[in-house]
Design a protein. Structure first.
Length: 108
């Protein structure tokens, strides 16, 4: 797992060989990310299922007024719960962060 602190968020990129390895590593460090906006970039080399990606539902930060976005393009987002912010590119993840910041400023 590679962790990079960006200006407005923390980017976590997978370097593991399987989704479950990445998820397990993430869970071990999850408490370190409670107060930051978080973008998880899952390698397209990792094959995963919608059930595995849905494990991240427990990690959504909205209750703490923090954004949580997953970047992965090898999945049909229509098969995933609407509560998950999952986008195919990092640029789109940054757009989601901006939109959620505006929503918080407007009180949504």
């Amino acid at each position: 797992m590679i962790i990079e602190k960006k200006e407005n968020y923390t980017l976590i990129t997978s370097d593991e060989n399987s989704f479950l390895d990445f998820y397990t590593t993430f869970l071990k460090k999850e408490k370190d990310f409670n107060e930051v906006h978080l973008v998880l970039q899952i390698s397209n080399e990792i094959k995963t299922t919608k059930e595995e990606i849905s494990l991240f539902l427990n990690n959504i930060k909205k209750k703490n007024s923090k954004s949580f976005v997953i970047v992965y393009n090898n999945v049909d987002i229509d098969d995933l719960p609407e509560d998950l912010n999952i986008v195919p590119t990092l640029t789109e993840a940054e757009d989601v962060l901006e939109m959620e910041a505006i929503e918080r400023e407007l009180g949504f």
